[in-house]
Design a protein around this ligand. Sequence first.
Ligand code: NAX
Length: 330
Amino acid sequence: MMEPIRVVVTGAAGQIAYSLLYIIAKGDVFGPDQPLILHLLDIPPMMGVLEGVVMELADCAFPLLKEVVATAEPDVAFKDVSSAFLVGAMPRKQGMERRDLLAANVKIFKVQGEALDKNAKKDVKVLVVGNPANTNALICSKYAPSIPKQNFTAMTRLDQNRAQAQVAAKLGVPVADVSNVIIWGNHSSTQFPDASHAFAYVNGVKKSIPEALKDDMWLGNTFVESVQKRGAAVINARKMSSAMSAAKAAGDHMRNWFQGTEVGQFVSMGVLSDGSYGVPKDIVFSFPVEIQNKTWKIIPNLAISDFARKMLDTTAKELEEERAEALEII
Ligand code: NAX
């Protein structure tokens, strides 16, 4: 039997965590043989709700789940963890300015960065889901100097999954037959969903997406906009933000990080920019990556059209502005 690993989920009493904890505890992320100790962090007023979540986890009788630690103390929550899902964040309230939201979250991710630095394993893999996810990940890493910067990532996998589903629907093929759709940039409405390097199996034949679609207008207009606005569409319909799909995406992101990507497959992750594709350094930007031995690598040398260049520059500029605001607040 393998030794259990400790995994923390923050915002553990919230709606994304409610679906995510199930996926993790069932073994879908770290594998069917990896025992787990789950650490659940939320804020003091949510401890009653969290107790209910702990009861439900017990009632699921997951064979892999060895222990659950529920707490409002970051130092307890991050102790010896190998993997961290940072889902908890301050939600936008009515009348709240974007800057107020950023200010509240920058403070949360500063505290959590410090707690990770002090308590977590040095090879901890951190996924930030809570918004603004890219900038929160950057701030978190800055306050955890003893942990490699590459270990801090932000989630754009939900956007990737949404984009892949939309391409599959347009082509009339199963979603599993579409690969390598890319999300570039920020997890915000400036993100650039890009299917120009993606491919699909259509009637058993591998085709590039632009070739299979024969409709450049759709890829450059409707597709980009509908992926950018998908979150808002879900809120309109459900009166709540995406939760089940966000949890599934967080699980996909961490599973690929721990277990690798398939040969020729790339996935999108917000990672610290090294200047690839002319993107400024020192922002957490979503790039296509491949992963082996728990190490991601940006896919090099993809052709960037003039249209793509413009889109990359716009989303990078937004991230630079967010970084400037965040650093000013701190
Ligand atoms: P909920 O409001 O249901 O849950 C958030 C939970 O976080 C609450 O229980 C709250 O008490 C807790 N929390 C707040 N501050 C905390 C702190 N300092 N430490 C620990 N816990 C804290 O939100 P939910 O729908 O679960 O969404 C969580 C976050 O994910 C939001 O910031 C949301 O904007 C973001 N999302 C990010 C996505 C992405 O693709 N990156 C997509 C889905 C989602 O919108």
